[in-house]
Write a protein of this length. Structure first.
Length: 140
């Protein structure tokens, strides 16, 4: 059984672990990063609003059943308070055609007794080429 990391350091560390779990198609690691709150929300590109662990877990299970997603988040914009952190990122992906594409994601984190946890992940399709940002930061 893989060791469960606690992500008490920062919201950015939780975000890095989230994208790592997506890239590895690790559903257990992915779901461990969500807050225990039943009001957590996830919106996939073009999808409906999913509320709660059961609906969110089922959606990720279906998405990840064919393997990892190979998403490269970049151009982080962060709004941070003592107990919450809102991140917007550009998600670089490879489209079904093999061409590079991008999505825009908003990830909201809350500081909980277990550390920083996801309370909202909302991804939208983005038109046109990925925006250039001279202040971009690639998350690892």
């Amino acid at each position: 059984m893989p060791s469960k990391k606690t992500h008490n350091g920062s919201a950015a560390e939780t975000e890095a672990a989230f994208y790592d779990a997506l890239n590895r198609a690790d559903l257990e690691a992915l779901m461990a990063l969500w807050a225990d709150d039943d009001e957590i929300v996830c919106v996939h590109p073009g999808g409906v609003r999913l509320i709660g662990h059961a609906a969110i877990r089922a959606s990720w299970a279906a998405i990840l059943e064919h393997g990892g997603l190979h998403i490269l988040p970049s151009q982080l914009h962060e709004t941070h308070t003592l107990m919450s952190s809102v991140h917007t990122v550009i998600e670089g992906i490879t489209a079904a055609s093999g061409d590079p594409a991008h999505l825009v994601a908003t990830n909201v984190y809350a500081k909980t007794p277990k550390g920083w946890r996801i309370v909202l992940h909302h991804v939208s399709m983005a038109p046109g080429p990925a925006p250039m940002d001279t202040h971009s930061q690639i998350l690892h």
